[in-house]
Each structure stands twice: as structure tokens, then as C-alpha cells.
Design a protein around this ligand. Structure first.
Ligand code: SF4
Ligand code: SF4
Length: 375
């Protein structure tokens, strides 16, 4: 149903082409005359839901064509994550995503607290610890590696299979270094979240760039946390230096800055979500909200653990943080996390198509701006 609706709207847009300078969706659409399932799935993942084309459209409701590209794309985009998910039995997890993530969080935190008591001296739960190896008194390092390594590898495998299916559905195309680099630059700058230069559309019709800013904080906060974990692994195995680490080490600096990004970014995005034009939103708003909440808890629990690790609360805070990290890993392939991976794949396909068509990726011409921010 959502696929047919996007195909219908793309057929109208392909005849109109007024919005061709706004983002990557319209130049990609113009390379097609028909819109098969793989094509609309691909186009929907190119859309960043900035809302600019809805604002500009002379065929938006109440016109009988009822064109609302951002909403049609958002509805379909969420379907695509379930369509290509692996294993197929897990596809229904997308439908009750908020419940699945909340349940995973509660069970994981409870399991870590029970596990700490079972495998360690229960008194260790209430012992403070800033010296090297303090965390591993509560949970042995090798056990952490097996549990988190296993969950992470399964998540990566599941996402890799899903995105490969998504890629193939839109037709065979090689992955080249050139398109990979172009997509990395476009994703790193969130190039197409600028509403054609005006920013994202909001309820009050004052477009702004806040959504892009908060998205950047979240994305780079996540990358810094990943860098912190990777550096910690090097410290452990190469330098034989055990966690927790002093504040001046790269592990801590990356972790604290990343944690701040993971708190500020999701809070900002939650606020911006409330301010967005209702007509642009997808049917299922719980989907993205659950993802923002788990990212927020990830950053917050890490920061609180860092701040209070020298107190008797260390053991419980470690259980809380590890429980949130574990719940995040196991729900990663079945929630909004995959939007970043699918969008990156779509940007790579777009870059390759544009190189093939133009010899280089010609930036779409910026149309004369027909709209001005409200006074
Ligand atoms: S969104 Fe509306 S104005 Fe823009 S290309 Fe489609 S039909 Fe034309
Ligand atoms: S990115 Fe913005 S302009 Fe492009 S299709 Fe999506 S909502 Fe429309």
C-alpha cells in the first residue's frame, strides 16, 4: 500500500519536476520512468523528511492529487526496515518497537544485576572503585567479551544481511570507492537535511537547521562512544591496562564527549519532533521515539557511571549501564538504528547513478527560492 502510494506520487512529481533542486530524491527519480518495489524502497531511504517539497507543492492537499512526498516516504521507509530484516521471524518486532525496546531494557538491567550477584561477591555490588580492574571485580572481563561480543556480532550480521537484501532489490550495482567516499561526505554533513537551503519545516512555518544540529550531536556522540570503546580495547590488550581509566586518557575524553552528545542530541530531536508539522510525520511515531530514548539512556548511564564510580553505587550503576548497552545491541537490527545504514546505502547508490549519468556527481541546481521564512 505504501509502495503504491509512493509510486503514484513519484509519477506526478516526475511530470512536474518543480522540486528537482531540493534534494537527492528528485534527481534519482528523474532517472526512472517506472517505479518498481525496489525503486520506491530506495527513494524512500534517500528522503530525509525535511518537508521542503511539501511546502513548495502546488498539488499538496486539498488539491485532488494529494501529494505529500515526505509523509509517503516516511511511511514506506519504516516498512522497508521490516521488509528486509533478517531473520524473517523478527520482522514483527518493528511493529511494537517501543514495547520491544522497553522490555529489552528492563530484562537486560535485571539480568545484569542478578548476574553480578551470582558470579561475584554480592558485596562487590556496593563497593566503590576507581583503581584499574575495579569493574572486573563485579563482572569478569572475559565474560563481558563473550556476552557483548556475541550480541554485537549477531547485530552486525543481521544488519548486513538486511541491507544487502535492500541493495539488491533496487537492482545490481557495484560498490565503488568513489561512490563510497561521496556517500560518506553526504552522510557526514547530512547534506540533504537542509530543506534546499532553508532548513526543516516546522509547525510554526519557520524553517530552521536545529534538526540537523541535533542529528549531528547524536551521530558524532555515538561515533565518539564507539571510539572510546575501541580505544579501551587497545588499552586492555596492547597496554595491559584495565578499566576504569583516568579522566585524561582518550578512552575517557571520547566517552564523556560522546556521552554528552548522546544526551543533548536525542533531547533536542525529541523537542524538534514535537515542533514538526504533523502532516509530515509517519503513522508510527513510537518507532523513532523508542530509539531516541535508548540512545539517551546509553549516554546518560555512561556519564552517571563515570561521575559516581568512586562511590558505593558503582556496582549498580555498572549493571545499569551494561544492561542498557546490551539492550541496545540486541535491538539494533530491529529498530530505528538501521535507518543510518539504509540511508548510507541509498546515498551510495545515488552517488553511483549520478556518476554514471553525469560523469561526476553534479550538485542539483538550486531553484530560485519561491518561499521565504515567515516574518
Ligand atoms: S512535490 Fe509537488 S511541486 Fe514538487 S515535484 Fe512533486 S508534484 Fe511537483
Ligand atoms: S528530503 Fe525533503 S525535499 Fe527531499 S523528498 Fe524528502 S522531504 Fe522532500
Amino acid at each position: 500500500m505504501n509502495r503504491e502510494e509512493v509510486a503514484r506520487q513519484m509519477a506526478v512529481c516526475n511530470a512536474c519536476r518543480y522540486c528537482e533542486g531540493l534534494c537527492a530524491v528528485f534527481p534519482a527519480m528523474e532517472l526512472r520512468r517506472t517505479f518498481a518495489a525496489g525503486d520506491v524502497d530506495y527513494l524512500s531511504n534517500l528522503c530525509h523528511n525535511c518537508g521542503a517539497c511539501y511546502h513548495d507543492c502546488q498539488y499538496a492537499p486539498p488539491h485532488e492529487f494529494a501529494i505529500n512526498v515526505p509523509k509517503a516516504m516516511a511511511d514506506l521507509r519504516e516498512d522497508t526496515y521490516a521488509t528486509y530484516a533478517w531473520p524473517a521471524a523478527a520482522q514483527h518486532l518493528f511493529q511494537r518497537n517501543g514495547f520491544v525496546i522497553a522490555l529489552s531494557l528492563v530484562l537486560a538491567v535485571a539480568a545484569f544485576i542478578a548476574g553480578f550477584v551470582a558470579v561475584s561477591d554480592p558485596a562487590a555490588l556496593f563497593a566503590s572503585g576507581t583503581e584499574a580492574g575495579a569493574f572486573y571485580r563485579v563482572m569478569p572481563h572475559n565474560m563481558m567479551v563473550v556476552i557483548f561480543g556475541g550480541a554485537f556480532l549477531f547485530a552486525i550480521l543481521s544488519i548486513a544481511i538486511g541491507v544487502t537484501r535492500f541493495w539488491r532489490a533496487a537492482g545490481p550495482m557495484p560498490v565503488t570507492l568513489r561512490s563510497l567516499w561521496r556517500a560518506a561526505k553526504d552522510a557526514g554533513k547530512l547534506r540533504y537535511l537542509d530543506g534546499g537551503g532553508m532548513g526543516c519545516m516546522n509547525e510554526n512555518e519557520h524553517p530552521n537547521d536545529k534538526r540537523r544540529l541535533y542529528h549531528h550531536l547524536t551521530f558524532y556522540g555515538f561515533l565518539l562512544c564507539f571510539a572510546s570503546t575501541s580505544t579501551g580495547t587497545l588499552f586492555h590488550y596492547v597496554l595491559d591496562w584495565q578499566a576504569p581509566y583516568p579522566w585524561w586518557t582518550p578512552v575517557k575524553i571520547f566517552g564523556v564527549l560522546g556521552g554528552i552528545g548522546l544526551v543533548a542530541g536525542p533531547i533536542g530531536l525529541m523537542i524538534e519532533k514535537r515542533n514538526r508539522l504533523q502532516v509530515l510525520k509517519s503513522e508510527d511515531q513510537g518507532f523513532g521515539a523508542a530509539f531516541l530514548w535508548i540512545l539517551l539512556l546509553l549516554g546518560l548511564s555512561g556519564l552517571v557511571l563515570t561521575a559516581f564510580r568512586a562511590t558505593p553505587a558503582m556496582g549498580l550503576l555498572l549493571a545499569l549501564h551494561l544492561g542498557v548497552v546490551f539492550a541496545f545491541f540486541v535491538t539494533m537490527p530491529y529498530g530505528k538504528f538501521v535507518h543510518g545504514i539504509y540511508r548510507f546505502a541509498a546515498l551510495m547508490r545515488h552517488a553511483h547513478e549520478q556518476f554514471a549519468e553525469h560523469g561526476e556527481q553534479v550538485p542539483p541546481p538550486k531553484q530560485p527560492l519561491p518561499r521565504q521564512p515567515a516574518e
